[in-house]
Write a protein that binds this ligand. Structure first.
Ligand code: PLP
Length: 382
């Protein structure tokens, strides 16, 4: 190819200093970040094999175990967003030829199915409409019909605002069929009751940018010994090298040897975010989310709006509110952003145009945020 003559485009671009708008984040994530986490992120880097960083890694693992309510040795922050932890879970546990049972009741169950297929698994579905939780007897029937190796479910479905109840019943049914259970806890970890060990969850993954109020970049994952045994005795390597847990064991296990350069600053961030969880107390934190989201829900209901999920499945961290007839959800979200610097979101997939999604997560679950979102929404809808 002929050499290009020097043009304007080869000159160094002149880009101004970074000045993002000062938003209030009450959408489906990310949530507002606690200033202590932002401060932790501005501290100097150390190397990813520095003895001081090894200590930080141990602390993060201990704090993650506390937050997940688990004793699982295999508890780590995966480098990447929630989808990386999700793919680490599914891509390692699902072997080619395995059958995975996944739910149809929301957007993220669909993503589980896609990842399981890409891992070489055969996907079968347990049906429930968008906006409903899984019924234990329907799950039991699907387990009996398909006899899967793995059962995946979404504990807190961000696309519908539904919290899955009866988790212990679902896991007991799966274990009766010798299936391992993978739970998506992206929108529940640190915000609503979640007890990995007591509820019999074998593998749980999450994201830092929801109820932990931490920037995305290092995402929680925990696996029981039994799940890890399956991962370590695979016939075939997982398709991803980067997310291969048998290799990551070298870095996060006893050896602490190089696999990839950890995102140091994100590990600092999640350490501080998890320290805030421990200081508050996990149960107190669940109670705070329920209290403040309860006020948010009461506020929107007092305006005559309707919640999408019935009270029994209401998800405090993600409030799905029905869009009133004749209202354009996109225009409302735009107006809130422009007039109030306030982020909420519209619906996804089957619920596009039908719901607003209002988060109440972590540092965003504060009285001032709740009052702000309720009054601003009321104003824009008037
Ligand atoms: N699972 C659920 C329930 C989610 O809400 C999300 C993100 O919103 C993900 C998985 C994927 O996480 P990320 O967008 O951080 O990759």
């Amino acid at each position: 190819m002929a050499q290009q003559p020097s043009t304007e485009a080869t000159r160094a671009p002149s880009v101004g200093e970074l000045t993002p708008p000062d938003r209030t984040l009450m959408g489906p994530g990310p949530s507002d970040v606690n200033p202590r986490v932002l401060r932790a992120m501005s501290t100097p880097l150390v190397g990813h094999l520095d003895p001081s960083f090894i200590e930080i890694m141990d602390e993060v693992q201990e704090l993650l175990r506390y937050t997940f309510r688990t004793d699982n040795q295999w508890t780590i922050p995966v480098s990447g967003t929630g989808s990386a932890a999700m793919e680490a879970a599914i891509g390692n546990v699902v072997e080619p030829g395995d059958t995975m049972l996944v739910p149809t009741n929301g957007y993220f169950g669909g993503r589980m199915a896609t990842m399981a297929q890409r891992a070489g698994g055969e996907v079968v579905e347990v049906d429930a409409p968008w906006g409903e939780p899984l019924e234990p007897d329907v799950v039991a029937d699907a387990l009996a019909e398909h006899d899967p190796d793995i059962f995946g479910f979404v504990h807190a479905e961000t696309s519908t605002g539904v919290l899955q109840p009866d988790v212990s019943e679902l896991t007991a049914a799966a274990h009766d069929h010798d299936a391992l259970v993978i739970a998506d806890t992206v929108t529940s970890l640190g915000g609503v009751e979640l007890r990995v060990d007591e509820w019999g969850i074998d593998v749980a993954y999450s994201g830092p940018q929801k109820c932990l109020s931490c920037p995305p970049g290092a995402s929680p994952l925990t696996l029981s010994d039994e799940a890890m045994d399956k991962v370590l005795s695979r016939d075939e390597d997982p398709r991803s090298w980067y997310l291969d847990l048998s290799l990551l064991e070298g870095y996060w296990g006893d050896e602490r040897s190089y696999h990839h350069t950890a995102p140091i600053t994100n590990v600092y961030a999640i350490r501080e975010a998890l320290r805030l969880v421990a200081e508050e107390g996990i149960e107190q934190r669940w109670a705070r989310h329920e209290r403040l989201a309860g006020a948010l829900k009461a506020g929107v209901e007092a305006m005559g709006l309707e919640m999408n999920a019935p009270d029994e499945y209401w998800l405090p961290s993600l409030n799905a509110v029905r869009v009133p007839d004749g209202i354009d959800d996109g225009a409302v979200c735009d107006a809130l952003l422009e007039q109030y610097d306030l982020e909420i979101a519209g619906g996804l997939g089957d619920l596009a145009g039908e719901i607003f999604r209002i988060g109440c997560m972590g540092y965003s679950a504060r009285p001032e945020n709740v009052i702000y979102v309720v009054t601003a929404l009321g104003d824009v809808l008037e």
